[in-house]
Design a protein around this ligand. Structure first.
Ligand code: AMP
Ligand code: ZN
Length: 471
């Protein structure tokens, strides 16, 4: 069965059919690095990680790009207040972000482009928009002319129209420089003493939306497969990205737009501005296990439904993870007996195919896990009064490997249970080796295996990628 995803633009389930045969190109909007990301942000990043992992099972190749927004008004204000440059301001938050990705076992994107490194691409894109007649200069800044793009509002529908209706309400500081209230800044003029770049557009700094259009097209091409973010990205961010990219190229920017619902706390969206947020290290320090956090954020509800953060939901996730890990340990520790229990092999195969069908059906991970837990219930009973035939053993181990290739919790559980967590350096070496294997650089990957062995870490290559254990 082909894999389908809900497309926000057409409001339909659409088949994932990469424009380039066998190669999915995926862009996900990353964090604005003015503070440590909170677990609400990580709900979205975990949805994207599950998506990436499932795509990697279904297609030969996935190229994943996640931007880091390392320039915006808040970052500039903070840097100015601290009396240092942008880089000094954002570097600790970028490091913290990578550390949280590792804590939650999120696969790193192949590219993490930073906005400040793509100023030239943004300037060139803005120039193309000027040539196309959809950008204009005013008081030193450059704005996008929404009236010049007939498809504006297709992604967000009513929300973009609401902006027109509500135009009388809120007036931005730059309101008087714009032709139309809907227009947005592509390039903002700044004074000589402010942080900015001297470019062909004059001295200024980029608007937020242009960075994602410029970086995604630079790294993935003018037309690519999937673009994701949280629902709050739909308007205005993604609506504006479409307007910018399509007006410049005349081509369809993205095949499928996917958006995940929010993490809430006490019924409200978790947000930095609401002061109701918690970070990954906050929660780990208060006793949350990373495996349970990962499970709660990624698998407790379908990605298009909100999740409420609470002690109970974390507790339920902890139980689910333990049930899975206990079963996994039990199966792998069982001495298999030669033979084949046909009915059991058949049941495992059915569960595996239901798991895949649920994942293919708009990434229904909670449904897929329901199938896994039903199988666990039945088999736990059977294992109490019997033995495991070798055919079922192989089928089960294969299935459990597949489940965890998507869910990504077993390694976290193993570390939690043994206190055996990896050092930063070991983790970095494993990441390097994974990338070397993806690039088929076999001598480099063999070399890294030896380096890791010298550090007491044995790496094995399985059909599901590399696994490590201590010597
Ligand atoms: P930001 O750093 O604000 O640009 O957000 C980074 C990503 O986190 C975006 O894709 C947002 O849509 C997403 N996000 C922000 N708050 C939440 C939340 N409470 N739940 C889920 N995703 C969120
Ligand atoms: Zn973006």
């Amino acid at each position: 069965m082909p894999m389908r995803l809900h497309d926000t633009l057409t409001r339909r389930l659409r088949m994932v059919a990469p424009l380039e045969e066998g190669h999915v190109r995926l862009y996900t909007c990353g964090p604005t690095v003015y503070a440590r990301a909170h677990v609400g942000n990580f709900r979205t990043f975990l949805f994207e990680d599950i998506l990436r992992r499932w795509l990697e099972r279904r297609f030969a190749r996935v190229t994943h790009v996640m931007n880091l927004t390392d320039v915006d008004d808040k970052i500039i204000r903070q840097a100015a207040a601290a009396g240092h440059g942008l880089h000094a301001e954002t570097a600790p938050f970028i490091d913290a972000f990578y550390e949280d990705l590792r804590t939650l076992n999120i696969r790193p994107a192949q590219h993490f482009p930073r906005a400040t490194e793509y100023i030239e691409e943004m300037v060139a894109l803005i120039e193309r928009l000027e040539e196309a007649g959809v950008a204009y200069r005013s008081a030193g800044s450059v704005y996008y002319r929404v009236a010049g793009f007939p498809h504006y509002g297709r992604l967000s529908g009513a929300r973009a129209e609401g902006l027109v209706a509500g135009a009388g309400g809120r007036v931005d500081a730059d309101e008087y420089d714009k032709e139309d209230v809907r227009d947005f800044a592509l390039w903002k003029a700044v004074g000589a003493d402010e942080i900015g770049w001297d470019t062909r557009l004059g001295r200024g700094r980029p608007g937020w939306h242009i960075e994602c259009s410029a970086m995604s097209m630079a790294l993935l091409g003018e037309s690519f497969d999937l673009h994701c973010g949280g629902v709050d990205n739909i308007f205005p961010h993604h609506e504006n990205e479409i307007a910018q990219s399509e007006a410049a190229t005349g081509r369809q920017f993205v095949q499928i737009w996917c958006h995940s619902a929010h993490l809430r706390i006490g019924g409200e969206k978790m947000a930095k501005s609401m002061d109701n947020f918690a970070t990954v290290p906050d929660l780990v320090a208060s006793g949350a296990r990373p495996s349970a956090l990962r499970y709660m954020l990624a698998a407790a509800a379908h990605y298009r439904k909100p999740v409420n953060y609470s002690d109970e939901s974390l507790h339920a996730a902890t139980e689910s993870v333990d049930r899975l890990a206990d079963f996994d340990a039990r199966v792998r520790g069982y001495p298999p007996r030669a033979g084949e229990n046909e009915a059991r092999v058949e049941r495992i195969a059915e569960a595996r195919s239901e798991f895949g069908a649920a994942m293919d059906d708009d990434l229904n991970l909670p449904g897929a896990m329901g199938t896994v837990f039903s199988l666990i219930r039945v088999l736990n009973r059977e294992l109490d009064d019997g033995e495991l035939d070798s055919a079922s053993y192989s089928a089960l181990v294969g299935f459990l490997d597949e489940v965890d290739d998507v869910l990504g919790v077993m390694e976290l559980v193993a570390n939690e249970r043994t206190g055996n967590s990896l050092s930063e350096e070991d983790r970095a070496l494993l990441d390097l080796r994974r990338v070397a294997r993806e690039r088929r650089e076999w001598s480099e990957s063999d070399h890294l295996r030896e380096v890791l062995a010298d550090r007491g870490i044995v790496v094995e290559d399985t059909g599901e990628g590399q696994r490590w254990r201590r010597l």
